[in-house]
Design a binder for this molecule. Structure first.
Ligand SMILES: C[S@@+](CC[C@H](N)C(=O)[O-])C[C@H]1O[C@@H](n2cnc3c(N)ncnc32)[C@H](O)[C@@H]1O
Length: 276
C-alpha cells in the first residue's frame, strides 16, 4: 500500500516549524502581488490545504481582511500551534484536521484554494490537484507552490551542489513515491484538466532579494530535518549530506557568493465547465 505521507517524520520535526517560518519570511513579500492578481469577492472563501503551522493562512487572512480562511492539515501539532498563534484572527481564520486527498468541503466551495510546499512531498499529485479543483468554485483560482529541487543553484567548490540536488531528489522521489521535480510537472496536469488560464511565476529566493540569514535558515532546517533520511534512502550518506548542506549554507552567508532557489508558483482559474 502506498504511504500517503512519506515525509511524516520530517514534517513533524521541530526543524520544519523553523523552516516554515523562514520560508514565509523569504517568500511572502514576493507572493503578495501574485495573490493580489486574483479577482476575489470581498468576502472571499479561501482554503489553505496542507497549511502547516498557519504561517501563510494567517498572512492571507490579514491580506484579505473580510475573507474567511480555512487551513487544513493532518498534523495535529501544527494545527494546535496555528490555532494558538493566530487566535486573534478567529473565527474568520480556522484550522481543521483534513486530508488533501479527501477534503470535507462540497464541490465548488472556495474562491481561492492554496496548496503550498505540499505537492512534491506526497504521492499522486494529480489526484490531489483534482481534489483541490473539486472544492474550488467555477471562476475561482488554484494557487500552488509545487517545489522542484532542480531549481536550486549554488556555487561549486569542494562539492558540486548540482550533483547533490539531482541525485538526492531523484532517489528520494523513487523511494517515497513522490515527485521532487513537481514544479515542472504541475503545468501538464492543470492543462489536461482544462483549467485556464494557467500561469507559472517564480518567487526568487536568492542572496540579493532575501536576507542571507533567512535563506540560510531554510537550508539549515532542511539539513537538520532531512540529512538522516537522505542517508537512509539515497546513495548519499548522512555525513555527506551534512557536508553538502554546510557548504551551501557557508556560501549563502558569504557576501562574495551568490545562491538562488527558484520557487515556482503555479496558478490556474477553474472554468465554469470543468471537464470531468
Ligand atoms: C512543508 S509543509 C507546508 C506548510 C504550509 N503550506 C506553508 O506553506 O507554510 C507541508 C504540510 O503538508 C502537510 N500534509 C502532508 N500530507 C497531507 C495531507 N494528506 N493532507 C493535509 N496536509 C498534509 C504536512 O503535515 C505539512 O504540515
Amino acid at each position: 500500500m502506498t504511504d500517503l505521507n512519506p515525509q511524516a517524520k520530517q514534517m513533524a520535526d521541530e526543524s520544519m516549524v523553523r523552516n516554515l517560518a523562514a520560508q514565509a519570511r523569504a517568500i511572502w513579500p514576493q507572493e503578495v502581488p501574485l495573490l493580489r492578481r486574483y479577482q476575489l469577492p470581498d468576502e472571499a472563501r479561501i482554503l489553505d490545504a496542507g497549511c502547516g503551522t498557519g504561517e501563510i493562512a494567517s498572512r492571507v487572512g490579514e491580506l484579505f481582511p473580510r475573507a474567511t480562511v480555512l487551513g487544513v492539515d493532518i498534523l495535529d501539532q501544527h494545527l494546535e500551534l496555528a490555532r494558538s498563534r493566530y487566535a486573534l484572527l478567529a473565527p474568520r481564520l480556522t484550522f481543521e484536521h483534513q486530508s488533501v486527498y479527501e477534503l470535507g468541503a462540497p464541490d465548488d466551495t472556495f474562491d481561492l484554494t492554496l496548496c503550498r510546499h505540499v505537492l512534491h512531498s506526497i504521492p499522486d499529485l494529480e489526484r490531489v490537484i483534482r481534489e483541490l479543483a473539486r472544492v474550488t468554485r467555477p471562476g475561482g483560482y488554484l494557487h500552488l507552490i509545487p517545489e522542484d529541487y532542480g531549481m536550486l543553484h549554488f556555487p561549486r567548490a569542494a562539492f558540486d551542489p548540482r550533483d547533490f540536488w539531482h541525485e538526492v531528489s531523484a532517489a528520494f522521489s523513487s523511494a517515497t513515491g513522490t515527485d521532487l521535480f513537481a514544479g515542472r510537472h504541475t503545468f501538464r496536469i492543470l492543462a489536461r484538466m482544462k483549467l485556464d488560464p494557467i500561469m507559472v511565476d517564480y518567487v526568487v529566493v536568492d542572496t540579493i532579494r532575501v536576507p542571507r540569514e533567512t535563506f540560510a535558515a531554510i537550508i539549515e532546517a532542511w539539513r537538520d530535518g532531512y540529512s538522516a533520511a537522505i542517508g537512509e534512502l539515497t546513495k548519499v550518506s548522512r555525513d555527506s549530506a551534512l557536508a553538502y548542506f554546510n557548504q551551501m549554507i557557508a556560501h549563502i552567508r558569504d557576501p562574495l557568493q551568490y545562491a538562488v532557489w527558484m520557487v515556482p508558483v503555479v496558478s490556474a482559474r477553474k472554468l465554469e465547465n470543468l471537464a470531468a
